[in-house]
Each structure stands twice: as structure tokens, then as C-alpha cells.
Ligand binder design. Structure first.
Ligand code: GLA
Length: 671
């Protein structure tokens, strides 16, 4: 049973670290929080050293005062366990709890999240302080949620020490039911004399002379994700024991190529799914990254979720840290709400003057309240209050995109046909035309229930197990439209190539057979019949029932099919054997979705994002202008624009240049 976060409207706030400031400053904090409409803050995230000055000696007096103050001022606390930053005394007592990298270097303390996930001393110390905290604050009226740890795996997803090696072996014994022959078979250890005769011979994939075994590396990634998950659930359980009805969350990071954790396994373990999202300064269309991230998190949560962190302006950890342009803070935040966030929070409340993040933006900047960021923060608070009724409403999508961390890990191991092929890049390439067209999208794992969808896209699914492959092809057989990208279905869950021709698991459903892969060099393109080009990949596809939609017009594969379409059962399966240029991919996906009967949330001018949340009694249409030109967009009769409170009587809404409109419409508008 999932416990829910009970707040009257949408949550608004950020990480609040008052322990970094003299107490005189706190009064100003709560006064300004009220001015901005902040109703929930995450506290205590990195304060272990202050709470436990010496092993077993606790001092909760400051945290008592912080929580009491928040409660007095009507601000709820998302109370974190401080376990992402163990104190120096802990490492002096337990130097073996410091992590070791793959080159055998033991790291030092002095920053944060530098501990071995398998260390018994770390686990015991973390559970001890989590238990103390849980028991002390179980009934504190300010505490509405537990924030377990912080961004698991952010800096220490892997530890290669001997303790981790032992834990890895234990995990493997469970996975392979104590059968070493099964492991040898799964890992293909007859290759390069890697056969193991004793479990104790197995070590993490540490730095070695040549390429390590792929399945060894894949199982290691699975183990590392599970090992951190077991820390998370252990902390969650001690908190739950103390406060059985308080929901627990931990903040995920599903984007910017952070891929250490298999969040499909994590999400069901948490009452509330939260995510952190930051813009990459080099991404010219970060609004698409926000939408993709939000759709993925909503899908993991199976409903509303919380944006636990993003930034009001520049971060401090990129090569050049870009500030946000006019209106961007508001567009960014409301875009997360559009994708299902029931709360918006920032890292952090008050900009630090000291420490490693002193140049990171915050809700209250170094400049104080006479600043653009502060005015935007206050405006956003008002916006979120105006949107209170969208809380609990959900996404509705007819299109699913298959996303799988195992497939990503396996695809991105060394010694592939091309190291240029990256799962997130491919998913983003396919997602972009859908985003531009206002098509709502969910993300699914290969074995998910697909009955709600008309169209399923698998841009990059290198690894798939038999059950997942059958689920996807079965969807087509029963009338759905499936689109498969190149190099999908290539290997099984043990990274073994599916023999007999590519794309192994999908050959029959796609009605094609490939006998050789021809990856393209960076910058190289091949012509496509109909005028476009393909890049990144090509392969010698032979139709075995599929109809050829487009073939290569030059290069060694001239005349060979690049895009195919196959009637399979009562459905249709498409194969995309290259990465078509954006216009060609857009035209292709437009055609496919039109044939599949998928309609946009709303047709809007270029650059105006449309997303929809469906409530019990109404639909909420979010329109966000990212091009600064503004737009008039048709809406239903009896609609209301919620940010202004204005009834829309003439059948359309004005989206101001660079602005946002959120329209409540009767539910009947969409099928
Ligand atoms: C992460 C962390 C925060 C902070 C921000 C800075 O998301 O969780 O503590 O370091 O990055 O962007």
C-alpha cells in the first residue's frame, strides 16, 4: 500500500539548509517563504556531522528548533535522513568504508557521498541515525514525508573494494541459485579462459588489460543498483517502523546520462516518486529534455510525482553554467507540472556563501530580494497556488516508448559495433517530433501491459528477454503498431547474441532479416529514397515479408531497405534501420501515428508545447511558448485559464510571448 503525501495543493519549496546560517537569518527565511508561498521544504539532507558529533552521541536540538519553527509558520517538512554525507569521525573509525574505484584507488572523505555501498559499518551507522531520527520526529506535526538519503549513486554508484566483491558474489549466488555452472554459461566464460571454478575467484570488473566480459559488467551494473536499493529500503523500513503512515521518497535523477540505477526496480519501493532535473547548458532545446524526463518519471510513478530539485538559474557543475533567460524559470517549472509533477522544488532555498556550491543559484540569491530570480520565485508561488486543483490529475497517452536500463547498460558497454550509439540520444531523436506535434507519450518497460496504447515505439532496445520481446510482438499481433529502431532485440538478458540474423528477437514480427551491420562513421550519412539521409547506422536488411518503404540510394548498401513496414497478425510492425535526419524521421513518425489513429493533445504553432493532465472532473491543458512569439490556441467552450482565472468565452486562449497558459476544459473534449 502506497502512503500519500497530504498537502492541500501543489507542493512548493526547496532544499533548506538553515544549519549553514546563523539562527538570526532563520526568521527572515520563514518570512520570505511565506511571501513566496513556500509550503514544503526538504531539511536535514547533509547534516549528519552536526546531528551526531561523535559516534552514538546525538544532538538534535538545532533540528528540533528548525522543525518547530517551520511548523509554527505553516511550512511542512520533507525530513531527510542525513546519510549521503557521513562525518569525518566515521571514516577515521572505519577507513575501510571509503570506496575504491576500478583502478584500485581508495578515495578520501572531504566532500559527500564517498562511502562504500556494501560497507557493513556504513550501513549500521546509517540505519542507526535514520532510526534515531525516525523515532524522534515520527509524530512531529511539521513532518509530512521522509526524504531517504539524497540522490543515491550520484557520486558512488560503484565501489570495487574487497567487501563489495564479497557482496557481489553473494548477489551472484542468489541470481544463479548457487549454480556456478549457470554463471559460467550466462557469462560465456569459456571465452578468453575466464572460467570460474570457485565463487571466490569472482571479483568486480576492475581495471584490467583488455575488455572485460560483457555479462560480468552487466551483472555488476545490476548488482550496484540493487546494492544501493537495499540501503534505501533498509532506511525506509526503519523510518516506517517508527512512523508507519508517513510516506517515504528519495530523489531520482533520470536524465543527463545518469544511469546507475534501474529505476523500474526502485519506483515500486517508494511511496512517492521524486526526481531532480537540471538543464544542460549545451542543450539548445532543454524544454524537450524536461518533457522527456517528466514523462519518464510520471511513468515510473504511475501517476503524479514531485520535482524535488531543479535550479532557479545557473548550476555550478558544468563547463560553463548558463543562467536562465526571461521567463525560463516559470516555463521550466510549469513544464514539469504539465508532465504530472504535483510539487515543484529547487536546490536550494538560500544561496550558500561558503562551501562547494557557493556559485549555485537558489530561490533567494546572493543579491537578496531585489533580484529577478526572487521576483520570479514569488510569481511561481502564485502560479502554483492558482493551479492547486490540478493536483492528482494524471497523464493520458496513446503512445508508449520502451525504455529499459538493462538495455542501456548493455548497449553502452565497450566493444560494440559502434560506440556512437547511445540509447538516450536515440530516444530523444524519436521523442522530439512527437513533442513538437503535441503527442502525449508514456514510457514503458518491455514487459509492461500495453493494452492502453495504439502505438509502441522501441527506438533502442538492444537487450530484451524473451518475455519482453513476446510482449511487444504480441501487441502487434493483436492489432497494435510497433516501431523498432536498429540494433534492437540483438541480445538476450545475458548479453548473448540472438542467432540467425538481426534484429534477433523482432525478425519475425518485422518481416526482415539482416546478415551484416554497417555502422556509419561520425558525420557520415547515407542517402535515403525520397530525399532524406540516414546517419549513425545502416545494415544489410533483406525483407522476408515486409514491404520496403525506403532504401539507401548510395554507399555499399545502395538499394538495400532502410525503412520497412510489415503486417503482422492484425497489427503493423515497422523497422527503422538507420537514424533518419530530423525531417525524415518527423515525416515517418507523422505517417505512422496518423495510420495508427493517434491524435495530438492540441495542434499548436511551432514552439508552443501542449501537454494534458486529466482530472476526475476536468482536463488541464498546459500551453507553453518556448519561442517567444505567443499564440492563440483553440479551446473548448466553458474553459477557464487558471493562471489568470479568466473565463475563455471566445473559444481560444492567448499564450503570451514566452509565457504559459493552463486551461481547464470539460473532460469530454478528448476521446
Ligand atoms: C544534486 C544534489 C544537490 C545539489 C544539486 C546541485 O541534485 O542533490 O544536493 O548538489 O545537485 O545542482
Amino acid at each position: 500500500m502506497k502512503r500519500t503525501l497530504s498537502l492541500p495543493g501543489l507542493a512548493y519549496g526547496g532544499d533548506y539548509n538553515p544549519e549553514q546560517w546563523p539562527e538570526e537569518v532563520w526568521a527572515e527565511d520563514v518570512r520570505l517563504m511565506a511571501e513566496a508561498g513556500v509550503n514544503m521544504v526538504s531539511v536535514n539532507i547533509f547534516s549528519w556531522a552536526l546531528l551526531e558529533p561523535a559516534e552514538g552521541a546525538y544532538d538534535f536540538s538545532r533540528l528540533d528548533r528548525i522543525l518547530d519553527m517551520l511548523y509554527t509558520h505553516g511550512i511542512a517538512a520533507d525530513l531527510a535522513t542525513p546519510t549521503a554525507a557521513p562525518p569525518a569521525w566515521f571514516f577515521r573509525a572505519h577507513p575501510e568504508a571509503l570506496p575504491v574505484d576500478r583502478d584500485g584507488r581508495r578515495l578520501s572523505y572531504g566532500s559527500r557521498q564517498t562511502f562504500c555501498p556494501s560497507s557493513p559499518a556504513y550501513r549500521a551507522a546509517a540505519l542507526r541515525i535514520a532510526g534515531e531520527l525516525g523515532r524522534r520526529y515520527a509524530d512531529h506535526p511539521a513532518v509530512v514525508m521522509w526524504h531517504v538519503h539524497n540522490e543515491y549513486g550520484c557520486h558512488n554508484a560503484e565501489c570495487h573494494c574487497d567487501t563489495s566483491a564479497e557482496a557481489f558474489r553473494r548477489w551472484l549466488r542468489t541470481r544463479y541459485a548457487d549454480d556456478l555452472a549457470a554463471l559460467n554459461d550466462a557469462w560465456g566464460t569459456t571465452f578468453w579462459s575466464q572460467w570460474y571454478y570457485d565463487w571466490d575467484e569472482i571479483i568486480p570488473p576492475r581495471a584490467t588489460g583488455a575488455v572485460p566480459n560483457p555479462t560480468h559488467q552487466l551483472d555488476w551494473r545490476r548488482f550496484c543498483s540493487d546494492e544501493l536499493l537495499s540501503l534505501c529500503t533498509a532506511e525506509r523500513d526503519v523510518l516506517r517502523e517508527a512512523a508507519p503512515s508517513t510516506p517515504a521518497t528519495t530523489n531520482f535523477m533520470v536524465m543527463y546520462n545518469f544511469d546507475a540505477l534501474d529505476y523500474w526496480r526502485w519506483a515500486p519501493e517508494l511511496d512517492v516518486v521524486s526526481n531532480d532535473h537540471y538543464l544542460r547548458s549545451t542543450d539548445p532545446e532543454s524544454e524537450i529534455d524536461i518533457a522527456l524526463s517528466g514523462d519518464l518519471v510520471r511513468s515510473l510513478a504511475g501517476g503524479p510525482w514531485l520535482l524535488m530539485e531543479h535550479s532557479t538559474g545557473a548550476v555550478n557543475w558544468q563547463h560553463v553554467n548558463r543562467a536562465k533567460g526571461p521567463g525560463e524559470l516559470r516555463r521550466n517549472a510549469l513544464a514539469h507540472v504539465a508532465r504530472g509533477a504535483d510539487g515543484i522544488a529547487f536546490f536550494q532555498w538560500r544561496a550558500a556563501k561558503a562551501g562547494a556550491e557557493q556559485w549555485h543559484s537558489a530561490m533567494l540569491p546572493h543579491a537578496g530580494t531585489d533580484s529577478v530570480i526572487w521576483r520570479d520565485v514569488v510569481q511561481l508561488g502564485a502560479d502554483l497556488r492558482a493551479l492547486a486543483e490540478v493536483r492528482g490529475s494524471r497523464g493520458v497517452a496513446e503512445v508508449a516508448v520502451v525504455w529499459d536500463w538493462n538495455a542501456k547498460w548493455a548497449l553502452e558497454l565497450p566493444s560494440q559495433p559502434s560506440e556512437e550509439v547511445r540509447q538516450l540520444d536515440l530516444v530523444r531523436s524519436w521523442y522530439e517530433p512527437l513533442w513538437r506535434a503535441g503527442i502525449a507519450v508514456d514510457f514503458v518497460r518491455p514487459g509492461a501491459d500495453l493494452s492502453a496504447y495504439r502505438l509502441v515505439l522501441a527506438p533502442s532496445l538492444y537487450l530484451v528477454d524473451d518475455a519482453g520481446a513476446e510482449n511487444l510482438t504480441g501487441f502487434t499481433e493483436r492489432g497494435g503498431t510497433l516501431v523498432v529502431g536498429f540494433h534492437s532485440g540483438a541480445v538476450d538478458e545475458n548479453c548473448h547474441v540472438r542467432l540467425g540474423g538481426y534484429p534477433g528477437a523482432f525478425r519475425e514480427a518485422l518481416g526482415v532479416r539482416t546478415d551484416e551491420l554497417f555502422p556509419l562513421l561520425p558525420g557520415e550519412t547515407v542517402g535515403l529514397e525520397g530525399g532524406g539521409t540516414g546517419s549513425l547506422w545502416s545494415e544489410r536488411v533483406r525483407p522476408t515479408g515486409a514491404q520496403v518503404v525506403s532504401s539507401y540510394t548510395d554507399g555499399p548498401l545502395t538499394g538495400v531497405p532502410a525503412l520497412t513496414r510489415h503486417g503482422y497478425g492484425t497489427g503493423t510492425a515497422w523497422y527503422v534501420a538507420t537514424l533518419p535526419d530530423p525531417d525524415t524521421l518527423t515525416a515517418l513518425l507523422d505517417r505512422i501515428r496518423t495510420e495508427a489513429g493517434v491524435t495530438p493533445v492540441r495542434v499548436t504553432p511551432e514552439g508552443v508545447e501542449a501537454a494534458l493532465r486529466r482530472g476526475r472532473d476536468a482536463d488541464y491543458l498546459f500551453l507553453i511558448d518556448h519561442r517567444g512569439k505567443g499564440a492563440e490556441v483553440p479551446v473548448a467552450a466553458d474553459a477557464v485559464e487558471l493562471l489568470t482565472g479568466r473565463p475563455l468565452t471566445d473559444g481560444s486562449v492567448t499564450v503570451p510571448p514566452g509565457g504559459v497558459a493552463v486551461v481547464r476544459e470539460p473532460r469530454s473534449v478528448l476521446p
